[in-house]
Ligand binder design. Structure first.
Ligand SMILES: Cc1cc2nc3c(=O)[nH]c(=O)nc-3n(C[C@H](O)[C@H](O)[C@H](O)COP(=O)(O)O)c2cc1C
Length: 325
């Protein structure tokens, strides 16, 4: 389909990095639905440099059937390259590095990292160069529009990172101020691919197959990134792939959704242990039941009562009894 450096990416649907969500269990789960590559949650360069145990756990994972990128965040080319070198020593399964140039959260931006990097396009290029030189691995960037809804800033960042040899650009066309709300500004990235001679991926409100088709049509991009839309709806990934491969789309139904929900629960337990895994799952499990009849109490219980796999089974059984009445 397209390449990141010399890595073959076989699907034009990829998994977005999401802090608190895209741990190795979630990545493995989505890989089985056909994403072309996956990216870790964002990882702090300074956390790695200081040897923080939790930070290190984010970059140690097993090999999947699809390439895995580690997403780093930080504010200096030197430290980000140092952090990437630490990753190289910690894990030989890292296929590429992705640099977070889009995070709008004040805790990150006030340090000069995340979307603040876009205020300095030269620095964005220097970061790409430094990590490529240090690791000899492909480097991708994930950007936003920048501080405001104008073309100026993100086009400069695109130009500088391309000059520095970036291997793929993912863009989420919202400004930092807009966080995740409102509609992405498709009008600002119309035909963007004409200007980008490396693979271009689009992120932002990909909730349906139609959203993916529209985003690719407007921008000419190589692929779409599934984020919130895939949470609880992994068939979205399969269906976008099926659409582009002229295959029939699969409709989610309750039995399938329960099966997927339990699959991901087991992967999270394998990864984090039952107590932590099920706590983390409170923010994800209920999404598998969006739109199903009488699912409000079920969703509420999953978000508040989930402490064990047996809780999950029991809450789902109760729901099944409830809907046949
Ligand atoms: C809970 C959550 C965590 C996120 N964490 C990250 C992150 O660590 N790194 C990153 O580049 N983007 C992160 N994002 C942004 C997503 O990758 C994506 O660009 C954004 O959600 C827009 O896509 P959507 O509208 O389809 O959800 C996060 C988004 C959400 C909702």
């Amino acid at each position: 389909m397209f390449k990141i450096g010399n890595l073959e990416i076989k699907s034009n649907v990829v998994l977005a990095p999401m802090a608190g969500i895209t741990s190795s269990a979630y990545r493995k789960f989505c890989a089985s639905f056909g994403v072309g590559y996956v990216v870790t949650e964002m990882v702090s360069d300074m956390g790695l440099i200081y040897g923080n145990k939790e930070t290190k756990s984010y970059v140690t994972f097993e090999k999947l059937d699809v390439p895995t990128g580690v997403q780093l965040f930080g504010n200096s080319a030197e430290n980000l390259a140092k952090a990437a070198l630490i990753c190289e020593k910690l894990n030989e399964n890292i296929d590429f590095y992705d640099i977070n140039m889009g995070c709008p959260v004040p805790k990150v931006t006030k340090t000069g990292a995340g979307s603040s990097l876009m205020n300095n396009p030269t620095l964005c290029g220097d970061i790409v160069r430094a990590i490529k030189e240090a690791t000899h691995k492909p480097v991708t960037v994930k950007i936003r529009l920048g501080a405001a809804n104008s073309k100026d800033q993100f086009l400069k960042v695109i130009d500088e990172t391309i000059k520095a040899g970036v291997d793929l650009i993912a863009i989420h066309p919202r400004s930092a101020k807009e966080m995740y709300g409102g509609k992405p500004h498709w009008e600002l990235i119309e035909n963007l691919k004409e200007r980008v001679n490396v693979p271009l991926i689009i992120s932002g409100n990909i909730f349906t197959v139609e959203d993916a088709v529209e985003a690719l049509k407007i921008t000419g991009a190589d692929g779409v990134m599934v984020a919130r839309g895939g949470m609880g709806n992994p068939l979205l990934i399969t269906n976008i792939n099926n659409y582009f491969n002229d295959k029939e789309l699969s409709e989610p139904n309750l039995d399938k959704q329960i099966d997927y929900c339990l699959q991901l629960a087991r992967l999270l337990i394998e990864e984090k242990g039952e107590a932590i895994g099920m706590r983390v799952y409170r923010s994800i499990a209920s999404k598998f039941f969006d739109g199903f009849p009488k699912s409000k109490p079920l969703k509420c219980r999953l978000s508040t009562e989930l402490n064990s796999y047996n809780d999950l089974l029991r809450i789902i059984e109760d729901y099944k009894k409830e809907i046949v009445i």
